[in-house]
Write a protein that binds this ligand. Structure first.
Ligand SMILES: Cc1cc2nc3c(=O)[nH]c(=O)nc-3n(C[C@H](O)[C@H](O)[C@H](O)COP(=O)(O)OP(=O)(O)OC[C@H]3O[C@@H](n4cnc5c(N)ncnc54)[C@H](O)[C@@H]3O)c2cc1C
Length: 416
């Protein structure tokens, strides 16, 4: 059913009895043209674009739990395309452009809100870095504005400009950045993919990958064997475990990242703000809760919960930036598993196994990548070759040395 003002009115008049489930609860078939492992945003977006752009409709998305139960439903919902390196910038800008038309495309309200993302700087050298990044963005046709302290004050007069441990000197603003409702993105892609014939199969864990003669033959699952010659892995924090089923060892480490939501308050933070002297980012949800986070916990784990020292560290950074945060109560806090790559940039590529494709290495930033990730991964799977947009997000860059090290932090996944 098309969602529109007319359908809403019709259903209101007949007591909302006509709504159908947004997607079918599909049972696995014995074989598919392509199987996507992982029903997060990336897996569902991949299936959608495979069907929409490449005409492959005999596809299944296999999800071990319920769709959106991983990082897709656990993130702090920030979207932006403020990258420096060309290999990243063209990819994240493609994503931003897809976000801009996503709700019309999916016929679903994903609550995409371009409320602006402001990265604060606190020293002259940091200003120079941000100026360089902003110039790089503008050379790619992407919006960027370098604000001085007065410019930031105009937007957020209540920030602690002088008394913060590191005084705020200005910020790099991308007005087209903002937030989107993470669950709605998952549901929107699921519904749109389902309408194109994609089977979304929940409670179906992939436990083995059958390979013969160096090529994928199918996947073993908790709901039986499924034959396919094309399998795409989009399992985020579980990448190392699932890739190991095909005998692959990847340049990925799994780390915990926590998120926090305060009690609801009246509108206060009408954009996204990031603190440049620590790692802290904050926005306000439409329900009123302040949504914020910081660094990863810094040790390898598959547990979707965090540790107390990072809670203290995140709140300390928050208090340095906006002391009024101390008057609020934190209502909810949780963790997700990040697939941290060795250079902080993602991988969307083929693998040494024919018919096995990899989508991984999303670090802190895979939510904003969701549309372009699905779009590029679908292209890579359908054509058996990357698109120009993901041509630098290669797996072999870790062997050739052509890294995409946005932060210049070296092969230290906990620092990206
Ligand atoms: C606390 C937190 C805050 C974040 N904040 C942001 C942010 O503000 N902006 C941003 O851009 N990014 C952010 N991220 C990162 C972003 O959420 C992820 O990079 C992105 O969601 C990963 O892609 P996904 O949605 O497909 O992953 P997921 O939703 O994790 O999907 C992977 C799916 O694979 C399934 N799976 C795993 N193993 C198997 C198997 N064997 N068989 C079948 N299914 C399997 C899992 O159950 C899971 O549902 C954040 C992440 C966290 C945890």
């Amino acid at each position: 059913m098309e969602y529109s003002f007319v359908s809403l009115l019709r259903e209101a008049l007949r007591g909302h009895t006509g709504w159908r489930p947004a997607w079918r609860d599909a049972a696995p078939k014995p074989a598919y043209d392509a199987v996507i492992v992982g029903g997060g945003g990336h897996g569902l977006a991949t299936a959608y674009y495979l069907a929409k752009e490449h005409g492959l409709t005999h596809i299944a998305v296999l999800e071990k739990s319920f769709i959106g139960s991983g990082n897709a439903g656990r993130n702090t919902t920030i979207i932006r395309s403020n990258y420096l390196l060309p290999g990243n910038e063209r990819f994240y800008e493609k994503s931003m452009q897809l976000w801009e038309g996503l709700e019309q495309d999916l016929n679903y309200n994903a609550m995409v809100s371009q409320r602006g993302v402001l990265n604060l700087y606190h020293s002259d050298s940091q200003r120079d870095q941000y100026a360089r990044r902003g110039n790089g963005m503008r050379l790619h046709g992407v919006d960027a504005e370098l604000l001085d302290q007065a410019g930031v004050r105009k937007l957020y007069p209540w920030l602690d400009f002088a008394n913060a441990r590191f005084p705020i000197k200005g910020g790099l603003l991308q007005r087209r950045g903002g937030t989107a409702r993470h669950d709605a993105v998952v549901w929107g892609y699921a519904r749109a993919a389902d309408r194109l014939g994609v089977d979304i199969i929940q409670n179906c864990e992939v436990t083995g990958i059958r390979i013969e003669g160096g090529a994928v033959q199918g996947v073993e699952t908790t709901r039986g064997y499924i034959a396919t010659n094309k399998a795409g892995l989009a399992v985020a924090g579980n990448t190392s475990r699932v890739a190991a089923l095909a005998g692959l060892r990847l340049p990925i480490e799994s780390h915990v990242l926590q998120a926090f939501v305060s009690e609801g308050i009246k509108p206060m933070v009408d954009g996204v703000i990031t603190y440049g002297a620590g790692h802290f980012y904050i926005s306000q949800s439409d329900k009123g809760g302040l949504v914020f986070g910081g660094d990863i916990d810094g040790y390898n784990s598959y547990a979707q919960r965090g540790s107390m020292p990072v809670v203290e560290d995140v709140l300390e950074s928050g208090m340095a930036l906006m002391p009024r945060l101390g008057r609020l109560r934190v209502l909810r806090q949780w963790g997700g598993i990040m697939d941290m790559s060795m250079d902080g940039s993602p991988i969307i590529d083929r693998t040494p196994v024919d018919g096995l494709y990899l989508n991984a290495g999303w670090c802190y930033g895979g939510f904003k990548a969701t549309p372009a990730s699905g779009w590029c991964f679908a292209h890579t799977i359908a054509r058996d070759a990357p698109h120009f947009i993901n041509s630098e997000l290669r797996l072999d860059r870790f062997a050739t040395g052509a890294l995409l090290d946005e932060r210049g932090a070296g092969a230290t996944p906990n620092l990206h």
